[in-house]
Design a protein around this ligand. Structure first.
Ligand code: NDP
Length: 281
């Protein structure tokens, strides 16, 4: 197990490695299930703690795969799941969380996120999340796909200050959050979870990513992940269903790209110079 993984710290004081593993698309094809479970287990073996899933993914089948992967080793994992916005009422979120816990085969989720903002008032969702916390079904709660204004609104609601994290799209090709949302998170010392850090695989075919990878005898995936890990307070959750790729992703930590090379990289992937509304997938 590697002990040199950068970390992020939640307001609760819990510190986790800044690389986790995502599980979207897992559970969609029975032929891949064994490898998907092995991938998650390989990640945990190598020191990854955060496993990210959602009730949405494969209609709950992703949560079942996570449950199978962490059976007997629940204590090694920081488990993240998400509730659909239309289930995020005070009572709806209790039922959705209970269903997720059953699929995950555990009694508590470490971090439970509102997947995106919907029509239910934030006050109601916060009340529902706080009730889950009081019941011990979740350790903490947060949000996903929230822009700066949403975060400001959330924090003004009673209990809203207990939001532990926000999970958003962030990779070299989607840098809009660097203008305002990422600095906001750093000022509030609230971890930002970066989803699709590999640009869902597409970014790995970009000529500049390939160029930098070749220059460092690294893989494009390592360059894409290294870009995200350069930022403080950011937790990246790349997804792979290929167990051998987990070690490749972790080996990103051996990659030390110079400031000059990052500056060159910035010419291909220009940082934002003004507000860009939060992009989502
Ligand atoms: P990623 O950017 O993590 O890319 C995943 C893709 O990259 C897969 O096709 C994977 O294929 C491929 N890949 C992984 N490692 C390598 C490698 N070493 N070399 C080449 N290809 C590789 O995309 P995701 O959209 O999956 O984002 C990650 C996670 O973030 C999700 O799984 C989910 O948990 C979360 N998410 C959250 C959202 C939200 O709204 N909150 C939205 C989107 C994602 P393979 O599996 O075959 O290795």
């Amino acid at each position: 197990m590697r002990d040199d993984i950068p970390t992020v710290t939640f307001a609760s004081g819990i510190t986790v490695p800044a690389i986790g593993i995502g599980t979207w698309k897992m559970g969609e094809d029975a032929a891949n299930v064994a490898n998907e479970i092995r991938s998650i287990q390989a990640a945990i073996d190598l020191g990854i703690r955060v496993v990210d899933t959602a009730e949405m993914y494969a209609d709950g089948a992703s949560e079942k795969i996570v449950g199978a992967a962490i059976e007997g080793r629940r204590d090694e994992v920081f488990l993240v799941s998400k509730v659909y916005p239309w289930n995020a009422s005070v009572s709806g979120v209790q039922q959705a969380c209970e269903r997720s816990l059953t699929r995950l085969g555990t009694e508590q989720i470490d971090l439970y996120l509102l997947h995106w903002r919907g029509d239910i008032a934030l006050e109601e969702t916060v009340a529902g999340m706080e009730t889950l916390r009081e019941r011990g079904l979740i350790k903490s709660w947060g949000v996903s796909n929230f822009d700066v204004e949403d975060m400001q609104e959330l924090l003004a609601i009673p209990g809203g200050e207990n939001c532990a994290a926000n999970q958003v799209l962030y990779n070299a090709d989607r840098r809009g959050i660097e203008f305002d949302l990422l600095p906001w998170h750093q000022q509030h010392a609230m971890p930002l979870m970066a989803y699709s850090p590999l640009g869902q695989g597409e970014l790995l075919r970009h000529p500049e990513v390939i160029r930098l990878a070749k220059a460092y005898q690294a893989s494009p995936a390592q360059v894409a992940l290294a870009f995200v890990l350069e930022r403080d307070n950011v937790l990246a959750i790349p997804k792979t269903a290929k167990p051998e790729r987990v070690a490749e992703l972790l080996a990103t930590l051996d990659l030390d790209i110079t400031d000059e090379d990052w500056a060159e990289f910035d010419r291909a992937f220009t940082p934002p110079s003004r507000k860009v509304p939060l992009e989502t997938i």
